[in-house]
Design a protein around this ligand. Structure first.
Ligand code: NAD
Length: 425
């Protein structure tokens, strides 16, 4: 995954937000307050210093984290983020959200997250590799296929995962592909992993349309972000018959009410082009803020956190929002959207496709037996559709928002696992 611009960052403390969400679910469903107290804390948080010899001979020292929130349902799983705005509280919140994401789609995993405070675009390839290998070495006592399995996140990609896998393997004297997911296919990555999150967004959008009694064909869609998730989702949704009328990247967006030529835009981006410079296109240029307020049927934020806030939630015209990014709608915006009857599919369900295929990658690595892409996609669809329907049925039965229902399903599963295992000693 490539580096996203660092303009967003969270105005509220993300860990306080995450624990407040958990307490709310606990109260709403009268869950055991003792266990909610257990789940309000992360099991383990490691801070490491990462000295790196720079190309000019100087030594820079970076700070990195790896946090495990919970392992009641299995090894912890979560990405590693390289970003200048990383904080321990952000990593802790992301680790907790990973616990819920894995639980809501019923993967046998707990949640974790890692981060290094660095702008990877400011490093040479050699510096990035040395930083990654030293970070991997520092956290190698707490990661393993059985214990904690990292993956890519903002600012990290399959190449970074390959270096982590290699460093860990060198320490142990044998190749251990199952220690990270999101690796290149040549060293044990899974077919279909790159497209998995965008493909999951397609499956969820199809199911959400079914539930709402509307056909996906012909629905107008605006997508913020045209990277791994947004670009793949745009392409697959267009292939499924939706009309993609607007897309954007960090520099702004393009809008054409009759529908954009997504294949040509995707090829242009793959060739390294900016969306705004797409040649020969008869579209209008819009800002990212304008994209969020377009008169469309479906809005898919697929870039950064905190995009729909209390300031613009009243102006959103879409009837449905599918949260492909993590945390694109703030809690206050969520209240406003709900009061306006806008149907929001929460991130822990909508973008879980990535971790589902990461799980498939781990299973394939442990068995040294690799699947066809069609098998990956069929199994992904089954898991995503089941998770959406379970959450949606609960939401309907208990008059909850989808987000509340998703949290209830997830937290209840983790609470049940802790209850079955008991508290050690
Ligand atoms: P990416 O880096 O591949 O793409 C990000 C896109 O957002 C790019 O098009 C970039 O230009 C755009 N962007 C950056 N800053 C922007 C801004 N200020 N306004 C509008 N657009 C901006 O990242 P990605 O992998 O597509 O991830 C996008 C989101 O999806 C993130 O929130 C990420 O946490 C979440 N996510 C990703 C995965 C995955 O498997 N890649 C899984 C789950 C969730």
């Amino acid at each position: 995954m490539s580096q996203a611009a660092a303009t967003s960052h969270l105005r509220e403390n993300p860990f306080e937000l995450a624990t407040a969400q958990l307490r709310k679910v606990g109260e709403l469903f009268a869950l055991d307050p003792n266990l909610i107290r257990v789940l309000s804390q992360c099991k383990k948080a490691v801070e490491v210093s990462i000295p790196v010899q720079m190309d000019d001979g100087s030594i820079e020292v970076f700070l990195g984290y790896r946090v495990t929130h919970n392992i009641a349902r299995g090894p912890s799983k979560g990405g590693i983020r390289y970003h200048p705005d990383v904080t321990l509280d952000e990593v802790k919140a992301l680790a907790m959200w990973m616990t819920w994401k894995c639980a809501v789609v019923n993967l046998p995993y707990g949640g974790a997250k890692g981060g290094v405070i660095v702008d990877p675009r400011s490093l040479s390839d050699g510096e990035l590799e040395r930083l990654t290998r030293r970070y991997a070495s520092e956290i190698s006592i707490i990661i393993s296929p059985e214990m904690d399995v990292p993956a890519p996140d903002l600012g990290t990609d399959p190449r970074v995962m390959a270096w982590i896998m290699d460093t860990y393997s060198m320490h142990h004297g044998h190749s251990t592909p199952g220690v990270v997911t999101g690796k290149p296919v040549v060293i044990g990555g899974s077919r279909g992993r790159y497209e998995a999150t965008g493909r999951g967004v397609l499956f969820i959008t199809q199911e959400a349309c079914k539930r709402r009694g509307i056909p996906l064909e012909g629905q107008t869609v605006a997508i913020q972000g045209f990277g791994n998730v947004g670009g793949v989702a745009a392409r697959l949704l267009a292939q499924a018959g939706a009309r993609i009328v607007a897309v954007s990247d960090s520099r702004g967006g393009i809008y054409k009410p009759e529908g954009l030529d997504v294949e040509s835009l995707y090829a242009h981006r793959l060739a390294g082009g900016q969306l705004g410079e797409h040649p020969g296109a008869d579209h209008n240029h819009i800002t990212n803020a304008e994209l969020l307020e377009l008169p469309v049927d479906i809005l898919i934020p697929a870039a950064l956190e905190g995009q729909v806030t209390e300031l613009n939630a009243g102006k959103v015209q879409a009837k449905m929002i599918v949260e492909a990014a993590n945390g694109p709608v703030t809690p206050r915006a969520d209240e406003i959207l709900s009061a306006r009857g806008i149907y929001v599919v929460p991130d822990i369900v909508a973008n879980a496709g990535g971790v589902v295929v990461s799980y498939f990658e781990w299973v394939q690595d442990l068995q040294s037996f690799f699947w066809e892409e069609s098998e990956v996609n069929t199994r992904l669809q089954r898991i995503m559709v089941n998770a959406f329907n379970e959450v949606s049925t609960l939401a309907h039965a208990r008059s909850l928002r989808l987000r509340e229902a998703a949290y209830v399903v997830a937290v209840q599963r983790v609470v049940d696992a802790i209850t079955a295992r008991g508290i050690y000693p």
